[in-house]
Write a protein that binds this ligand. Sequence first.
Ligand code: ADP
Ligand code: GLC
Length: 481
Amino acid sequence: MKNILFIASEGVPFIKTGGLADVVGSLPKELDARYYDVRVILPKYSCMKPELRDRLEYITSFYMDFNWKNEYVGLLKAKADGITYYFIDNEHYFTSFKPYTEDPLWEIERFAYFSKAALSALPVLDFRPDLIHCHDWQTGLVPVYLKERFQENPFFQRIRTVMTIHNLKFQGRWNVKEVEEITGLSGYFFSPDKLEFHKDADLLKGGLVYADAITTVSPTYAQEIRTEFYGEGLDGLLNARAGDLRGIINGIDYDSFDPEKDALIAKPYNAVNFRKEKIKNKRALQEELGLARDDKTMMIGMVSRLTDQKGFDLIAYVMEELCRDAVQIVVLGTGEERYENMFRYFDWKYQDKVSANITYNEALSHRIYAACDAFLMPSLFEPCGLSQLMALRYGTIPIVRETGGLKDTVEPYNEYEGTGTGFSFTNYNAHEMLRTIRYAEQIYYDRRREWNRMIDRAMAADFSWKKSAVKYQEMYDWLIG
Ligand code: ADP
Ligand code: GLC
């Protein structure tokens, strides 16, 4: 049996802000339980839903040296879908309305604490990992601490580490002096070949330098981040470590996202009966959101963090033009105010055509994936993207920009060969996007049989974890030996 420990800042069902939580909550249970005992450590945020918080069982507590203080570390656990989750409890650090705050220095302190506390907790758990799998910058210090002070203790020797990049944009950067103070790491670690990045300290960089292997969440993104445009300043390092870097495409949880069994949607359907049944979800959503009741109009959905990563600049640029087309537009998301307000404005101006839902709502997200005809995701960059996979699963045709995981998962429609599962465009250009949306409209309105065949192919595409879980297992085996 190989013991694998995930350390991450979010995971379904306990806490979620984006795709990271979906991955952390679904990959562990897809690994072969006969050979891998996979467990997860998360922070115990005060903003977890009370019914989930109440499920956590206290294990033990101790005090740990951190940032010149003796900090409390509480340890709790819970099971979800057969997987054991551990939680690090400290009210000072994890009391907040949302999992993350807006204060970068405070975020660095919270997650430096979390990284050190997670390692410090291992000897008191009845679980010694052979490999620790770290996710994103919040856990970048884990491989660093592990190679530093924890090496004195034989318990920690030979524990392997993997660092997975879900989003290279966020690195946890701040000035060296304060990060040195907080982390307690000596000046030795803050040189350009280690944690220093142009005079600042960079936590993700620490993870990328010290981890035994690096992965990211799609093959295309693994290539892209080695270029200046997508590399966020770390392309040099990623090229130097190219031999240890691989891209493994994300899957989604085929049980939670299943149009046939989904209790959150108005009317279940499957790959056989969608021609008749899927429309009932559209009608229900039109009713729920106060849109014109009309079976025929093409409904385009978006479910997303409202940030520039997701291509909302392109949408803002042509939104007025798009609204004049024969379409309905449904948005669900929160994020940057300029995008929230842009959608609120168009919702007000085109009441029966546009519905802006500026909130976070799991159930509504499922109803949108089920109800819409098309799903728009014109990202500037996209490490993998799970929303387009959910859309495919629900037979909702993705319209995407060819970048990162979008390029790897959406096969462009080819009208001559009758192939493809969606529509895509290459350049980050608003009119190129609009042209592509209009091409999709044309197929939808004029060649409905072709459109429905595309749904057949979309729903037949397999983005469950099956293949990717095997790739993770191969990597674990290779590292653990
Ligand atoms: P990212 O992780 O960059 O935000 P992904 O496409 O990988 O993008 O994953 C986003 C996940 O978050 C999907 O499960 C999507 O359905 C969900 N999501 C995003 N915004 C909302 C929202 N406002 N309400 C409910 N779910 C959301
Ligand atoms: C990040 C990326 C997204 C990816 C998710 C899970 O949030 O932005 O593309 O799907 O992580 O790996």
